[in-house]
Design a protein around this ligand. Structure first.
Ligand SMILES: Nc1ncnc2c1ncn2[C@@H]1O[C@H](COP(=O)(O)OP(=O)(O)OP(=O)(O)O)[C@@H](O)[C@H]1O
Length: 387
């Protein structure tokens, strides 16, 4: 457990970085500090490993007041990952990852073996071990940074905007990897970001910081989205929070409707489709391949799968209403394709059904916040999702 009790940090020039922070971070939890620039997220995080000392209040780690623990000893149990990874350019990847272990006195060979294991854990190809950081992509460097923090197996991991400098696709990959890692490792993670989407995706607790280093709300991601504590949090999570909150609603119970299908080889035998009609082309195992409509019919008969309209994103009955709506919005037929775990077609879902299911679930929870602020008309949801 990490606790902050009435913690304030005033810098020598008078700036209040963090103002009377009270916070409990449970062992094994993933807590995200989120908020706009300059609101005290990094200062709060750096006080945990004593890179910054508070001017007032008490921080404990594992029940110990950290003022009584030498920073070097404290940091042995705390991994630290920063933006741009902060790797040493003249050391190979494996030696970068082994850094902390070597500093702790682990013999070099043993440290390298542990470093290779950490690289594997974060999904890095071991071929990269002998490269230098500049020979890696941004995303790979960031993985090296995470491997380095994990190599000595500290129970606590501090991560300061670790994925901000990479492009959205790589970032999505790194976030997914982080969730997988955490489900295996169960570290106590404190993660700083200014991106609310990243915060609600990764955190099991989200701490929203506001101007002047004042904590505005600490709660589950769903509650931050659906029950923002005040206008500041409402502003931060934005007007499309209703759409984001759909990530927390299961798609179970959503009607999966039958859809007209055609085997790819039989497209040419289809009767001419009326305008607006769509038929789903499937392979021999009933895996969906793409959509056919009147304008695609002849092309698809001549050129096969390449001429089909793309499926859009697929979903499964076990996923969430947000993924169901994504599937609907990304499908040219406005029918979201639902498959089983083997990728075989189960049917389709539609936008009105997704929104009705959301309304039912919100009613059952006795919570009208999302619906009040994110109208249930399909057109609005579409606009929100695309904006
Ligand atoms: N060494 C310092 N001296 C004076 N003021 C500082 C110092 N470090 C931080 N601050 C100020 O303290 C406040 C909180 O800074 P902090 O870096 O914790 O914010 P942040 O929320 O992490 O912002 P960002 O997302 O931009 O990193 C800011 O107003 C900042 O300018």
């Amino acid at each position: 457990m990490i606790t902050f009790e009435h913690v304030t940090k005033q810098f020598p020039d008078g700036t209040i970085g963090v103002d009377d922070l009270n916070l409990e971070i449970a062992d094994g939890s993933f807590t995200v500090f989120v908020g706009p620039s300059g609101c005290g997220k990094t200062t709060s995080m750096r006080m945990i490993n004593r890179m910054i000392d508070p001017t007032d209040g008490v921080i404990t780690v594992g029940g110990e007041d950290i003022r009584t623990v030498r920073p070097t000893r404290l940091r042995l149990g705390i991994g630290y990952v920063i933006q741009n990874a902060g790797l040493m350019p003249h050391r190979t990847v494996v030696d970068n990852v082994a850094t902390v272990l070597v500093l702790q006195g682990t013999p070099k060979r043993k440290a390298r073996i542990a470093a290779l294991e950490a690289m594997e854990r974060v999904g890095l190809d071991l071929k990269m071990a002998t490269r230098y950081p500049a020979q890696l992509s941004g995303g790979q460097q960031q993985r090296v940074g995470v491997a380095r923090a994990l190599a000595a197996d500290p129970p606590i991991l501090l991560m300061d905007e670790p994925f901000s400098a990479v492009d959205p696709v790589v970032r999505d990959d790194l976030q997914r990897e982080m969730l997988r890692l955490q489900s295996e490792l169960k570290k106590t993670i404190v993660f700083v970001t200014h991106d609310i989407d990243e915060a609600v995706r990764l955190g099991d607790r989200v701490a929203v910081f506001g101007t002047g280093g004042v904590l505005q709300q600490i709660d589950t991601p769903e509650n931050v989205l659906t029950r923002p504590a005040n206008d500041f949090v409402t502003g931060l999570v934005g007007r499309d929070r209703g759409f984001r909150a759909m990530s927390f609603h299961p798609a179970a119970g959503l009607p999966v409707l039958d859809v007209e299908t055609v085997a790819l080889g039989d497209v040419e035998n289809l009767p001419t489709l009326p305008a607006g009609a769509w038929v789903l082309a499937v392979d021999d195992a009933r895996r969906p391949l793409g959509w056919v409509n009147a304008t695609r019919q002849t092309l698809a008969a001549q050129h096969g799968a390449a001429a089909l309209a793309p499926l859009g994103s697929l979903t499964t009955p076990e996923r969430t209403l947000r993924q169901s709506l994504d599937a609907v919005l990304s499908s040219p037929s406005e029918q979201g394709v639902v498959v089983d775990d083997g990728g075989r077609l189960l049917g389709v879902v539609t936008a009105p059904d997704v929104l009705a299911a959301l309304a039912r679930q919100k009613d059952a929870a006795g919570d009208d916040v999302v619906l009040r602020d994110a109208p249930v008309a399909p057109a609005d949801a579409t606009q929100d999702a695309l904006s």
